[in-house]
Design a protein around this ligand. Structure first.
Ligand SMILES: O=C(CO)COP(=O)(O)O
Length: 254
């Protein structure tokens, strides 16, 4: 069993053309472990997708932060999965907690999106995670299982899916989950996959952690057996993103 370490950079709604070019130049010049050891995917806002795709080093890939739930058409302001494929974009982030919370995306809506994005040949980073209230009420695993279950029903081939566990209380707060807290949920999620999908899917699906990951905390998190990488927000806009990519070496024992 080997799950390639995965590091995603979610740039969220940030950046000007100049800033994006600078960030890409920094990434292009960085020395990182080889493609064999780490898969790196950066996710700029829609308007910069083509710019980033054209400038970015070929060993890194590009993700959109969202896409429309079904085929394109008369949906003002939306971007379809077909358009992303047409641009040569290979990944899309789906179900991010900011969209669930601020745009009222439900488990069913997220599941429809996963279904359509996969049907068009996109790879999907599907996000799940509990709020602070849910954690304090002891319902973390229930919430995460319900979110995962909704999308799992629509997935035929798990090879194109990465699960991102992003506890809402750790996102953009500087309050990172402890390695133990992250490992506990990742372990339980993998067990959920084992019990509800298959042993093979449980062993091969990458479960990455997101929420205030930075250069200082990434190594200890990466050392957890069920943490297969990261989805990084704020720190993905800074040079320290390179250090986070390098935490892949923790898995290799290098
Ligand atoms: O939401 C996140 C990645 O998708 C995490 O954001 P931060 O790393 O800024 O906490």
């Amino acid at each position: 069993m080997s799950r390639k370490f995965f590091v995603g950079g979610n740039w969220k709604c940030n950046g000007t053309t100049e800033e994006v070019k600078k960030l890409v130049t920094m990434l292009n010049e960085a020395e990182v472990p080889s493609e064999q050891d780490v898969e790196v995917v950066v996710s700029p806002p829609f308007v910069f997708l083509t710019l980033v795709k054209n400038l970015l080093r070929p060993d890194f890939q590009v993700a959109a932060q969202n896409c429309w739930v079904r085929r394109g058409g008369a949906f003002t302001g939306e971007i379809s999965a077909e358009m992303l494929v047409n641009l040569g974009i290979s990944w899309v982030i789906v179900g991010h907690s900011e969209r669930r919370a601020l745009l009222n995306e439900t488990n069913d809506f997220v599941a429809d999106k996963v279904d359509h994005a996969l049907s068009q040949g996109l790879n999907v980073i599907a996000c799940v995670g509990e709020t602070l209230e849910q954690r304090e009420a002891g319902t973390t695993m229930e919430v995460v299982a319900a979110q995962t279950g909704a999308i799992a029903d629509r997935i035929m081939y798990w090879d194109n899916v990465v699960l991102a566990y992003e506890p809402v209380w750790a996102i953009g707060t500087g309050k990172v989950a402890t390695p133990g807290q992250a490992q506990e949920v990742h372990f339980n999620l993998r067990k959920w996959l084992n019990d509800n999908i298959s042993v093979q899917v449980a062993e091969s699906t990458r479960i990455i952690y997101g929420g205030s990951v930075n250069a200082a905390n990434c190594k200890e998190l990466a050392a957890q057996p069920d943490v297969d990488g990261f989805l990084v927000g704020g720190a993905s806009l800074k040079p320290e993103f390179v250090e986070i990519i390098k935490s892949a070496t923790v898995k290799k024992g290098v």
